[in-house]
Design a protein around this ligand. Sequence first.
Ligand code: ZN
Length: 145
Amino acid sequence: MENLDQLYQEIILDHYKSPRNKADLSYLPDDQLHENPSCGDTIKLELVFDENDCISSVKFDGHGCAISTASASLMSERLMGRTRDEADGLMKSFIGVMRGELETDALAEWGDLAALGGVSQFPLRVKCATLPWHALKAELDKDLT
Ligand code: ZN
């Protein structure tokens, strides 16, 4: 189990140091900025859907701790090519695990994202991990109208 924890820490650090799909989104309006005041994390998220309503581009921008940055980076990889419904399901499952409503086993098939499962045991860090997913929820809700 210790080796697994070590592997998970390495995954999180790798995504923190080299975030995937991080871009300058300063052109997005400030009302798209999501914040986690308890830690100081901020994020903006941009989704592009193709003609089949599949996600063809995910970009995020912001400043954050290792957990929030890794969560955004891992989420961006997971979302590529997903349909709107699939993205919505992933968002609900991830937030459910972080809130302790679902077992962390629910992330077992999620590849590197499983590395964040242990965060659910640290209430102060849960908001860091879920911040990008709340930004995702806002984007999904917005595009439905
Ligand atoms: Zn944080």
